[in-house]
Design a protein around this ligand. Structure first.
Ligand code: SAH
Length: 248
């Protein structure tokens, strides 16, 4: 528990600071900030501009559609703020965000996210300022802000102390290369659908075995690529699955 320790600092550089502030003021991230576990600082890229229009973008050299974020405001913001490194751009060509990457980021003292807009950022920012780039998937957003929120939430909930129950992060999807087992709550019988008997048995070893078997069944059915990445099913996996057939 980092209570008393320095909070994890995450800086976000954006032309839409209100989007990030609004998001970062509520729910999990908002509470983590209140409790001193996360130090989120949002920087408006326009605040370093000196021209009356506070412009941050210009037309692309070589022609073509759209506008490009100019290098000067990004360099000037970083030089003025000296935000925590690594300095990570958000963009489709970045390292794909997954749970392992999020876990790495959650173990750092801090890092900074730079949100692009328009057609993207002048390449010299990537080449001479950023330490790396993060992608949230193989699709194109209109800006990096939503991607920054995805990173903030995924990483933020892994920071020690942020989630009430530490073991919930250990047992959830992807933590062991598997999807999560199904959850149930009251009532035990809902419209004729009953919660599996084993979950009401109080037999913790049987419950653990059942949950693992269900995680395996779901992953085989829904994400066979994850099973392949673990090197296939072991004999023990197959035995467990045979012992506990999949739920509906
Ligand atoms: N022309 C660029 C896309 C620009 S989209 C290209 O073809 O690669 C505008 C901004 O949205 C980007 O600068 C980036 O910050 C953000 N963005 C778009 N897609 C993203 C993704 N998949 N992951 C993270 N950020 C993304």
């Amino acid at each position: 528990m980092p209570t008393g320790e320095a909070p994890v600092r995450i800086d976000v550089i954006t032309i839409f600071p209100a989007m990030i502030e609004q998001f970062g003021g509520q729910s999990l991230i908002g509470k983590a900030r209140e409790r001193g576990l996360l130090d989120l600082r949002v920087h408006d890229l326009r605040s370093v501009t000196v021209d009356p229009h506070r412009s941050v973008d210009d037309t692309p050299f070589g022609g073509g559609a759209g506008m490009v974020l100019m290098p000067e405001p990004v360099f000037a913001t970083v030089e003025a703020v000296d935000p925590p490194r690594p300095l990570l751009g958000l963009g489709p060509s970045g390292r794909p965000l997954d749970q392992a990457f999020a876990r790495e980021l959650s173990g750092l003292d801090g890092f900074t996210l730079v949100c692009g807009r328009y057609e993207g950022i002048d390449h010299r920012v990537r080449a001479h300022l950023l330490d790396g780039e993060v992608s949230i998937g193989d699709y194109v957003l209109a800006g990096g802000e939503v991607a920054a929120m995805v990173v903030l939430e995924t990483v933020g909930r892994l920071v020690p102390g942020v989630m009430g129950n530490a073991s919930s992060a250990e047992e959830e999807s992807f933590s062991d290369g598997l999807l999560e087992y199904p959850h149930y709550t009251r009532p035990a019988s809902f419209r004729g659908w009953d919660v599996p008997e084993v979950l009401r048995s109080g037999d913790h070893a049987r419950i653990a075995a059942w949950r693992r078997a269900q995680a395996l069944h779901r992953t085989v059915a829904l994400r066979p690529d994850l099973i392949a990445a673990r090197g296939g099913l072991t004999d023990a996996d197959r035995r467990l699955m045979a012992e506990h057939p999949p739920v509906d």
